[in-house]
Design a protein around this ligand. Structure first.
Ligand code: SF4
Length: 291
């Protein structure tokens, strides 16, 4: 599939994860994954930790003070499980043990949906995905990277789903699940802060981190759309250092300049208050009375 291809998608095909409630009595998925020996969830100082500051300083400081954990949602749980199954598949591990373990702890519905997407992903991408051929091979799976010292004075960590070696250099591969093919999903990755943070970390590793002294060229997004019949979108792009530097400059301005004068008062905003995965954690105490 060439870059920028669009797959037609009928709206009635979409599964509505937003209406599916999570059972809060169960043990958290991340805790179970760690108990099973997996990494589980995002890295400690990843983009998800810093992102709230770009919407609302009050939310950011409150989550830092309370050491809030990422909110668990149905969509996030299924995405996490698809990632875990794919990581095991690319590491030649069997997923059955993890499936049984999670089913015993009440996660059958999410596991079943994640397996459906994982099997579809595997059938679509694996046979001709070019990631395991002579010209391009997977050299790292679920590889954590990070820098303690950053130009903005705060640690930064991330995890690459896959790192592939091609003749022209290394490519960072990210598995993505989405409920629909939005413009952001097909076009937004070149300026996505989490992706740019990954590239910045990868390009900043010491020379012996990667097997060969080759450049980090760019990213491959292997997308699966969570329709009843799953659909796929691969997006491949290289990113030059000026764009990655713009991301660094953005972080420096936010956390060195703006944070020093940030006011801890609510500033209602669409993305922070009513975000993609639901309302802000502290919406009730912050803005609850203003609806
Ligand atoms: S509800 Fe909105 S204004 Fe209040 S802390 Fe959350 S993001 Fe900020």
């Amino acid at each position: 599939m060439s870059e920028g291809d669009q797959i037609p998608l009928s709206g009635s095909d979409e599964l509505n994860y937003a209406n599916m409630e999570l059972d809060v009595q169960r043990e958290r998925l991340d805790d179970l994954l760690i108990r099973f020996g997996r990494k589980g969830g995002p890295t400690e100082h990843g983009w998800h930790v810093w992102e709230p500051a770009f919407h609302c300083w009050l939310d950011f400081f409150d989550s830092r003070r309370k050491r809030s954990r990422q909110r668990e949602t149905k969509a996030l749980a299924i995405g996490t499980l698809v990632h875990e199954f794919l990581a095991m598949r690319y590491s030649s591990e069997k997923v059955l043990g993890l499936v049984n373990f999670l089913n015993q702890h009440g996660w059958e519905a999410e596991v079943s949906e994640a397996l459906r997407l994982y099997n579809a992903y595997d059938a679509f991408y694996a046979p001709g995905d070019g990631l395991s051929s002579n010209k391009c091979k997977v050299v790292m799976v679920e590889q954590e990277m990070g820098r303690d010292r950053t130009p903005w004075g705060l640690p930064y960590t991330c995890r690459a789903d896959l790192v592939c070696e091609a003749p022209n250099g290394y490519w960072i591969v990210d598995h993505k699940t989405s409920s629909s093919l939005t413009y952001e999903f097909t076009e937004g990755w070149r300026t996505d802060p989490a992706i740019l943070g990954l590239l910045w970390c990868a390009r900043g590793q010491s020379r012996d981190f990667f097997p060969k002294d080759l450049p980090i060229v760019g990213c491959v997004i292997n997308g699966v759309i969570k329709t009843k019949v799953p659909q796929f979108q691969r997006i491949t792009f290289s990113i030059d250092d000026r764009i990655v530097q713009a991301w660094v400059d953005m972080m420096v301005y936010k956390f060195r300049v703006e944070m020093s004068i940030a006011e801890l008062k609510p500033v209602p905003n669409l993305k922070g208050c009513f975000g993609r995965y639901g309302r802000c954690r502290i919406y009730g105490e912050c803005l609850g009375g203003t609806e």
